[in-house]
Ligand binder design. Structure first.
Ligand code: PEP
Length: 247
């Protein structure tokens, strides 16, 4: 059942634009899903102020793997927590590619997030070449096992795994519902192997990649999928409201 929605605003919106967005969005949001808005850092205080008292969680799009000090330009877990952030995105493919964030870095970021009381949205997914050469499950296993290395089973309660095939992000291409169902099954199998069958049943798994109001229905039929991660289509408040209304 789909009851989690995560919106990734990427590098869009000034604080003033976020204010206008939220004024429109919050006046019509019926709170029927568990919603996290992953705003740019510079819009977090605006988001925290306007979402106060509403059933909306605040998310960041990244977190430093370091705790504090000599890491110019980075934002730590403690800073995020103190800014009202509940969840942080970790391992988004845009960061894996552009900033060379490998599984070791992703693992450190997750540990720092958990240490500072934050939840984590761990993004995993295969490239087009890996998809075409049937390496999807291998890639998912590597990314998940290394990202979650050293975690205790009870910490998985604060982790959401986002299956985001790289070839589907921002391209208009999406996997078939059956393919997503199979990938979600495989993700749960990795968790069962590394933790326990109960942890595999309980972990939240969402899908992300080119979701919009026209295709959203195809994802609601995916078995054992808990939610959606929406990028481009969340940037217009009416479009995000429409997607939520169709769930
Ligand atoms: C994303 O960036 O995580 C994403 C899902 O983007 P889009 O919806 O634009 O494909």
């Amino acid at each position: 059942m789909i009851d989690i929605v995560i919106a990734n605003f990427k590098m869009n919106q000034t604080p003033e634009e976020t204010k206008n967005y939220l004024m429109t969005f919050l006046s019509r949001f019926d709170e029927k899903v568990d919603l996290t808005l992953c705003l740019p850092y510079t819009s977090l205080s605006t988001g925290e102020y306007l979402c106060r008292g509403k059933a909306v969680r605040l998310g960041s799009q990244n977190i430093s793997e370091d705790e504090e000090g000599r890491t110019t330009g980075e934002i730590s877990g403690r800073m995020l927590k103190a800014s009202g952030v509940d969840f942080c995105l970790v391992g988004h493919s845009e960061r894996r590619k552009k900033f060379k964030e490998d599984s070791k870095i992703v693992n450190k970021k997750i540990k720092s997030a958990l240490k500072n009381g934050l939840g984590v949205i761990l993004c995993v997914g295969e490239s087009l070449a890996e998809h075409n050469t049937l390496k999807t499950y291998e890639v998912l296993r590597e990314q998940i096992e290394n990202a979650l290395k050293g975690l205790y089973e009870n910490e998985l309660e604060r982790i959401i795994i986002a299956y985001e095939p790289i070839w589907a992000i921002g391209t208009g291409e999406t996997p078939m519902a059956k393919e997503i169902t199979m990938a979600v099954k495989e993700i749960r199998k990795v968790i069962a192997d590394d933790f326990s069958p109960a942890a595999a049943d309980n972990i939240k798994v969402v899908y992300g990649g080119s979701i919009d109001s026209k295709n959203v229905k195809q994802f609601t039929s995916c078995k054992n999928l808990n939610g959606l991660l929406i990028g481009g289509a969340c940037l217009d408040p009416n479009s995000l409201l429409k997607i939520i209304s169709l769930l």
